[in-house]
Structures are given as structure tokens and as C-alpha cells.
Design a protein around this ligand. Sequence first.
Ligand SMILES: Nc1nc2c(c(=O)[nH]1)N[C@H]1C(S)=C(S)[C@@H](COP(=O)(O)OP(=O)(O)OC[C@H]3O[C@@H](n4cnc5c(N)ncnc54)[C@H](O)[C@@H]3O)O[C@H]1N2
Ligand code: MOO
Length: 432
Amino acid sequence: MTQVEGEVAGVVRRHAAAALSWDTARELAHATATPLLPRGLPLADGVGCVLATPLVSPALVPPVDRSAMDGYAVRGSGPWKVVGTLLAASALPAPLSDGQAYSIVTGAAVPAGTTAVLPYEHATRSGDHVDGPTTPGRHIRRAGEECTPGELLLPAGALVTPQVVGLAAALGLDRLSVIPKPRVLALITGNELSHRGPSTPTQTRDAIGPMLPTLITRAGATLANAGPSTLSPSASSGAPALPTTAAAAKAAVVHLPDSREALVAALAGAEAEVILVSGSSASGPADHLRAALAALGAELVIDGVACRPGHPQALARFADGRLVVGLPGNPLAALTAFLTLGVAVVQGLRGEQLDRLAVAGVVGGVDCHPESTRLVPVRLTAQGVVPVGHGGSAMLRGAAAADAFAVVDPGPAEAIAARLLPMDPGTRPWGV
Ligand SMILES: Nc1nc2c(c(=O)[nH]1)N[C@H]1C(S)=C(S)[C@@H](COP(=O)(O)OP(=O)(O)OC[C@H]3O[C@@H](n4cnc5c(N)ncnc54)[C@H](O)[C@@H]3O)O[C@H]1N2
Ligand code: MOO
């Protein structure tokens, strides 16, 4: 065996020995990413985060008995004498006496002593008197009907949706205690990458950079800015034609040359909880991720995952807690790695459970790989999921036409069912 062959065999052995199963890798990534510290945010800013503390009602809602209809607040049996008009913003009137009524709008506080509200459409008005059918308590929204002080409305960990923000406002809250969204920065490496026009024999059009921002935000994270220290013009020297405007230097997707020094500088200066690095994950001469991580003293938590595509993905942690996810350079492999380790760490940092995946039948069955989990692009149909083809690791054609990856567990033959990993990480898993 030549020296080169010996080195190759060593690399193959190292990867084979270290690769974790797809499920173990996902769970380990999630467990490694402990939730960020809670923060009190204005209501609108909390949307998309999870609650750090339970949502407990601080008040009686509604605070008083209110009319549920436009009509008459009445006391006792009719006919009633109409003694005034109450609008939603009217001051509380004197209590009603038997035989009296107020004309009232929906939402206005009913006067003390009100026994029912008679809607206009059921009322017969004659001069300053009104009559009509009522039942005691009808059309009155009772104080505390929605909630009372101290009532638990949502547990910690619940997703803050627009509806939750609306409820919080109705409760009288101005801020919510949430776990903030992690900031994610993407470093795209590769001297061969171009950003305009078709690929050529020596240049490959970057297909990962355009994909990542939406994947990041759909996963529930925010796009980090690179900051001036991460992409100075000198750090990117040697890279193919890149945008050089100040806006690009502040972008969440930063293109780097295949240079260990550039990667070390970018990783060291990255102001983000998660840094994605694409195209440096294997063992070739231009793959600097592991050396850069070692130079910065990072702990390699995951080094290879037994899945196809996406085998050389990696997870590392810096002493300051920042996490690095290594995405293989083949575009479909980068996608599967983001949906595997990337989404798991984002969910962990967000204080969310790892998504449990629904199971579906695979129409026509699908071949298993003997040792690795296969991630096969599929479309959802009423009959089950259907592989769409074009699922090779260097191509996105299948993924672009698919709804999910079928997660095909390793096995000796064929699977007739598989779990579903949504293509869109913002989709809640189906059917679980
Ligand atoms: N000796 C070994 N070689 C390889 C291994 C291995 O384990 N040992 N794994 C193979 C697998 S699997 C994959 S996937 C790739 C991963 O390679 P890298 O992450 O190091 O990425 P590169 O070598 O730079 O690129 C691979 C391929 O992808 C193209 N690429 C890279 N970035 C982009 C991008 N942003 N947009 C479009 N295409 C991109 C690049 O041009 C290459 O064609 O390694 C195998 N080799
Ligand atoms: O398994 Mo690699 O990650 O696609 O070709």
C-alpha cells in the first residue's frame, strides 16, 4: 500500500468508525443545543419563539359583565323604560331598577342589576318604552368568562403564534418571556463557486447559498450578520467574483475561499449561535473545516452520520457555546444535513422538542441501504408517498419537486413504509 493509499484507508476507517446513526445524530445534536436564555420581548417580537414561562392570566377577562349584542340591557320583565344609551366607552351608569332598560352596544359594560340583553332585532320599541322576549342571563358575557387571575392558559414551551400574541394583548400584557430565536450564519466555501450564470468546466454555480436563508428562517432561527470582522475584503481575497458591497459584507451568507486561515477568521469572528459551513466537510486537500475547528479548540461532537446523502456532516461546539454544523458540499447532501443536524440544533436552542416524524406507506416500496439511513425525496399522495427520483447527492431536481424526504431505515431489502422529514422545516410534522 502506498503512503497515499494508506492515508485514504485511514480516512475511510475514521469516518466509518465515527459515523453515528441518523437518529442518534439527530438526538445528540438536539441535546447538545441547550435552550438560549429567556428574554422579555414586546409582543410582536415574540412571534415564532416559544414561551419561556407558562402564560398565566394576570387578570379577570373580561373584567366586567359586558353586553354580547347590540340591543337593550334590561332588568326584570318587560316592558321596560329606556333611561339612556351605553356605548363601549361609556362610563359605568347607575344600577338598573326593575322595569328599566339602557340601549347598549356590543362590548359595553352592562349596568349593575342587568338580568338580560334584548337584541334590537327582537325588540319592539314604542316611544321611550321597549318590549320583547328575554331569558335571564341571555346575551351577557360574564366577567372572568375567558379566564380568571392565576389561571394557566398555555404551558412553557408553547409556540407564540399570532393568536397567542392576540390573547396576551387581551390579557393586558405588553411583553412575553420567550426563548429568543438563535442567530444562524452560513459560510459557503469553495474556490470553484460562481454566483451568476451557468456552471462551466472550472466553475460551479453556488446552489447552497441561495437555499439556506429561507431554510434558516423557516426552521425558526434568524439570519445573523457576518459583522465587519468576518468578511473583510482581505478575508475573501482569492475567492471568485463576489459581491463586495457593504450590504454583502453584512449578509447572513458569506462566501469564503478554500483557505484554512479565512475559515478560522470567519469562525472566530462569527456573531451567531449557529454557524453553518458548507463544502469543507470531506477529507480532500481543500476541506479545511476539521483543521479550522481544531485550530480554534472546538469540540467535534458529531463527525459523520450514517445517512445517504449527507454522510460527511458534522457538529462541533466552541468553548463559548457557539455551534458549528458542517454541511457537505454536494447540494442535496447539504440540504439533508441542514434538515438533520441544522434543524435539530435550532430546535434545541429554541427550547423546542425534536420533531417526531409521521410514518407513511411508500408506493411501490423503496430499497434500503444495508448500513445507512436513506433520505429519498418523495411527494405526498392520497395513496402514500411516491419517490420522485433525481435524488443523487449532487442534484436538487428531486428535492425541488418533493414534499418530504422519506427516511428509510437501514435494512437488508426493501421498506414499504418510512418516516417523513418535511422539505420545509417550517411545516409541523404531519399526522403526529
Ligand atoms: N475521500 C473522501 N471523499 C469524499 C467523501 C469522503 O468521505 N471521503 N465524501 C463524499 C461525499 S459523500 C460528499 S457529500 C462530498 C462532500 O464534500 P465537501 O463537503 O468537502 O465539499 P466539496 O468537496 O467542496 O464539494 C463537493 C461537491 O459539491 C460541490 N459544491 C460545493 N459547494 C457547493 C455549492 N455551494 N453549490 C453547488 N455545489 C457545490 C463541489 O463543487 C463538488 O462538486 O465529498 C465526497 N468525497
Ligand atoms: O453522502 Mo454525500 O453526503 O452525498 O454524497
